[in-house]
Ligand binder design. Structure first.
Ligand code: PMP
Length: 413
């Protein structure tokens, strides 16, 4: 917002001005923030919405008979249809507020999974899943006697779709897939994959953590049964996220957490559970998080995800070309369809050293396994360096990165 209370930054390139933290300097250098895949910075509108909530609007929801609580409840519930619109869902009832993508996937694995999987059943995942969409399925399979099947990745970081289609079959009860890889940037053909999974009667879950910030998502045209994303990766607060589920499936699933708010009536002998989505939201929810998420989604709507996608696509191409000029640098993840992520290694320099030395220049990137250890193993590395983009990044950020990498490479030559 400017001093007149008007939104600034509705123009591409002016978006950056909406993010106060990006004005900080580190070690007397302007911050170059290239770690948006880990978490995004927050626009002033989100910060203001959370501050306003705690300053003027705070009350518990769904239980007060007084005006303040009614207002808070109405504000909270109004975000459900907003989220539904944001992801193209048919209605608000399938929108469940969770802590983040991780909790959303755990909810599905624990409730749908335990009720539906047994020996002889299979869960099909891809070889590029974040641990959040791998470990819950792996552990569920161990507990239920089902089998987890993993489709391989090609050398450029694309999914081996032919192999995935071969592994899909009548035993596949769940096909869980990452929409955009956080380690490689690969955009998977999820619409095609979901259609194929449906044809064999499998339920589908799409991990949209790295898609929702970069492209318009439409769960209706994707055709999936479950979709998850985290608020903090779409310019909203931490601790809040969304699990969207097909209502008929949600209704058939047992609850996840038990306690207040998820019940209709309780005696010592019996509990009647509340209806969907409340059945899955036990206890006091993260009301301020939901209000902040609402502001973040409104912000992204203002920017226009089609414009964000086009702008970032251009940045990604620019960054890829710049890094391609650095001798000894190998990109990890060069699929034709990518979003937001530049993963790489440099001969003779450990990615953690790259991260530390770039930090000395005010450049924040991520170095490590990115919660995708099997991806690292697939590419024969222990870790990669990862620069990831948000709508506030500029070409200058990528130029600073390339310049820094050139200088660091010289130190190790
Ligand atoms: N899936 C993917 C693809 C991710 O990038 C992340 C976060 N790095 C997660 C799941 C987990 O998200 P959260 O930690 O917000 O639950």
């Amino acid at each position: 917002m400017n001093g007149l209370g008007q939104r600034v930054g509705t123009d591409v390139g002016a978006w950056r001005a909406d993010f106060p933290l990006l004005a900080r300097t580190f070690r007397d250098k302007p911050l170059v923030y290239l770690d948006s895949a880990a978490t995004t910075q927050k626009p002033q509108t989100v910060i203001d919405a959370v501050t306003r909530f705690y300053s003027w609007e705070n009350a518990n929801v769904h239980r007060g008979v007084y005006k303040l609580s009614e207002e808070a409840s109405a504000r909270y519930e109004a975000v459900r249809p907003q989220v539904a619109r944001f992801i193209g869902a048919p209605g608000p009832r399938g929108v469940i507020f969770v802590r983040g993508a991780t909790e959303g996937i755990n909810l599905v694995a624990s409730t749908w999974g335990r009720a539906n999987l047994g020996p002889g059943d299979e869960v099909l995942i891809t070889g590029m899943e974040h641990h959040a969409n791998l470990v819950p399925w792996q552990q569920l399979c161990k507990q239920t006697g089902a089998r987890m099947v993993v489709a391989p990745i090609l050398d450029d970081g694309s999914l081996d779709l032919d192999a995935w289609l071969t592994l899909l079959g009548p035993r596949t009860r769940m096909a869980a897939m990452i929409h955009v890889s956080n380690a490689l940037g690969t955009v998977n053909p999820v619409q095609h994959m979901v259609a194929a999974a449906k044809a064999v009667g499998a339920v589908t879950l799409v991990d949209g953590s790295q898609a929702a910030p970069h492209m318009a998502v439409d769960v209706t045209s994707l055709g999936c049964d479950f979709y998850v994303f985290s608020g903090h990766k779409v310019y909203g607060p931490t601790g809040i996220g969304v699990l969207w589920g097909r209502e008929s499936l949600l209704e058939s699933m047992p609850p996840y957490h038990l306690g207040g708010d998820m019940i209709l009536s309780v005696t010592f002998e019996e509990t009647i559970f509340n209806e969907v989505p409340h059945k899955f939201e036990a206890g006091t929810p993260h009301v301020a998080g939901v209000i902040g998420l609402s502001a973040a989604l409104a912000y992204l709507d203002d920017c226009g995800l089609a414009r964000v996608q086009a702008y970032e696509h251009d940045l990604l191409a620019y960054g890829t070309a710049l890094l391609g000029e650095i001798p000894g640098l190998r990109m990890v993840g060069t699929a034709p369809d990518k979003a937001g992520v530049l993963g790489f290694v440099i001969d003779g320099v450990h990615p953690h050293d790259l991260g530390t030395l770039l930090d000395a220049r005010g450049i924040a990137i991520r170095a490590g396994h990115h919660c995708a250890q099997p991806v690292m193993k697939r590419f024969g590395v222990a870790a990669t360096a990862r620069a990831s983009l948000g709508l506030y990044n500029r070409r200058e950020d990528l130029e600073a990165l390339a310049e820094g990498l050139m200088a660091i490479r010289g130190m190790f030559a």
